[in-house]
Design a protein around this ligand. Sequence first.
Ligand SMILES: *[C@@H]1O[C@H](CO)[C@@H](O)[C@H](O)[C@H]1NC(C)=O
Ligand SMILES: *[C@@H]1O[C@H](CO)[C@@H](O)[C@H](O)[C@H]1NC(C)=O
Ligand SMILES: *[C@@H]1O[C@H](CO)[C@@H](O)[C@H](O)[C@H]1NC(C)=O
Ligand SMILES: *[C@@H]1O[C@H](CO)[C@@H](O)[C@H](O)[C@H]1NC(C)=O
Ligand SMILES: *[C@@H]1O[C@H](CO)[C@@H](O)[C@H](O)[C@H]1NC(C)=O
Ligand SMILES: *[C@@H]1O[C@H](CO)[C@@H](O)[C@H](O)[C@H]1NC(C)=O
Length: 581
Amino acid sequence: MRSPRPARLAAVALLLAALAAAVGAPAAAAASRDGYGRTRRLRMRGKVVEMFYHAYDNYMAYAFPHDELKPLTKGFTDSLSELGNLNLEHLPQDYNGSALTLVESLSSLVVLGNLTEFDRGVSWLSENLTFDVDARVNLFECNIRLLGGLISAHILAKDYSSQNKDGVYQNQLLRLAENLGSRFLPAFETPTGLPYAWINLKYGVMENETTETSTSGCGSLILEMGALSRLTGDPRYEAAALRALRKLWSMRSSLNLVGSTLDVLSGNWIEYSSGIGAGVDSFYEYLIKAYVLFGSDEYWDMFHSAYLAVQKYFRHGPWYHEADIRTGEATHWQLTSLQAFWPGVQTLLGDVAAANLSHREFYNVWQRFGVLPERYLLDYGILHPTEKYYPLRPEFAESTFYLYQATKDPWYLEVGEAIIGSLNYYTKVEGGFASIRDVSTMNLEDHQHSFFLSETCKYLFLLYDDSFLRNKNYIFTTEGHPLPVMSTWHEKIPRLDVPTNWTVVKDGNQPIRASALSSKVCPETIFRQNVGSPWESACHIPDVFPSHRCRADDDCGIESVTCKRRTCSMAGYCGLWLAVY
Ligand SMILES: *[C@@H]1O[C@H](CO)[C@@H](O)[C@H](O)[C@H]1NC(C)=O
Ligand SMILES: *[C@@H]1O[C@H](CO)[C@@H](O)[C@H](O)[C@H]1NC(C)=O
Ligand SMILES: *[C@@H]1O[C@H](CO)[C@@H](O)[C@H](O)[C@H]1NC(C)=O
Ligand SMILES: *[C@@H]1O[C@H](CO)[C@@H](O)[C@H](O)[C@H]1NC(C)=O
Ligand SMILES: *[C@@H]1O[C@H](CO)[C@@H](O)[C@H](O)[C@H]1NC(C)=O
Ligand SMILES: *[C@@H]1O[C@H](CO)[C@@H](O)[C@H](O)[C@H]1NC(C)=O
């Protein structure tokens, strides 16, 4: 990317070319061209279909209408209020789920071509789903999973459902989406316009609610809320999300980098160390995707500056580390599973060579462990001592799909085979697909995340059968829900006159809390003794050391997840290595 104009044109051209590549190139023809046989393609397609239904049918049998399936015990969990809630605080007393996994499955059912089951789901939700529940939920999670799932399914119902032709479908899913979206609005009533991370669906923002949120939490709402405004004609959703995004961007450092956590009342950063993984990832993704979906130069300009800064300060060869956004100095040398989405974004943008390079490194790590560990310490070549899990995440499959669309290199189909092989070998159980608790032992956890159905299975399916993409261009939300790219959406510029009569329970004197991770666990006495000064998230050297390198063990304090004392390595990084390895 040398200058914005050509790159921008290239980006859109590539997107459209990539997503429309299959038009006029049926699977058989493509097969003879790329040297990956038709039979093999159909066999892999069949395996993914089997995986989806194994996950879906078990959810419907043992968990529906609760939120998610517990595949080991064939039970359920009403996990919507637990998403993003590390400490499991303020859990609802009287909440029986929102059929989360069904909502998340609808767009996948259309991609797989099962319109009968899609219609059945739409009818059930139309009649039975309500958001008038006393449950505190994470705005970001609720937005990408429920709102995104409903909006995408609404658009697909218009295009595909026989109920639409029969007049039975009367925009019920859009009404549900609008109802949910209106419950989000009180979260945005802050002096900065940055939304609270948590909202009670029935009562709005709780008294004494935490004012800390993450960059991805308040910077990746624009696709769903923008689409909701375009579909309903009510500008408030898009205006609120855009105002928050503009504020967030205004907080960037002089290097054009954004931090990872912040305070919504003051608009100040809490955590200055940041990268492209957890806490930030979809912020970048939504800038470029908002540009494609809504066509406004503003999104491109933000994305372009942000992308250059990421490549300049976070990239080290094919890897991405974290850095202090004020100095650009590296803080953590860690691979996180969430970062694997980045090659997909780069492919969308047209930076295919860079995407290919990183993707190959991720694949090496995948091959080494059988799946991608949540966090891997690049400077030591070992697993992070506490984040050894693999919760069926989609990001690596997603990037593989994008790279295959762009290059048609059959090698990516072989990567898909490895992913499918691992998922079936390590995570498939009689009652569904279970997350891996520890990739070094492959012990399982009793949880089938809804994104396994909305993303992991969908991207794997599209790798072998992209017929869904032949009629229209779609952009996928960060939860894998397709939204069509339409020229009519490029012509409207949103208004920003946000009404001020939203209801909100607020207390002006809320104390500013430190990072959620710092308060997470350690008994206060140990915490004070070891730390004394403000101390933030796991494996983080406090800002008083500008290099973010430690000098002695005492600089490192305690690890906030296990409360174990951390040690300072010879290279000046804090960690638990000596204690654990
Ligand atoms: C949840 O389920 C319990 C047990 O069936 C029932 O008593 C309660 O009324 C339900 N609550 C809601 C909000 O539907
Ligand atoms: C659609 O899904 C339902 C539920 O899993 C299944 O019974 C049915 O066979 C599927 N239909 C097709 C055409 O795959
Ligand atoms: C709504 O839920 C009830 C209870 O589960 C069920 O009997 C009914 O069929 C559902 N409505 C639709 C349209 O599926
Ligand atoms: C809110 O915080 C204040 C000050 O810490 C406290 O006095 C009050 O009881 C809290 N209110 C609730 C509902 O927790
Ligand atoms: C990706 O990298 C491999 C190995 O370096 C190379 O053979 C291949 O041509 C690359 N593909 C693209 C599209 O850059
Ligand atoms: C807010 O004000 C608008 C315009 O005056 C009105 O149409 C709307 O119903 C009000 N909303 C609420 C929640 O009071």
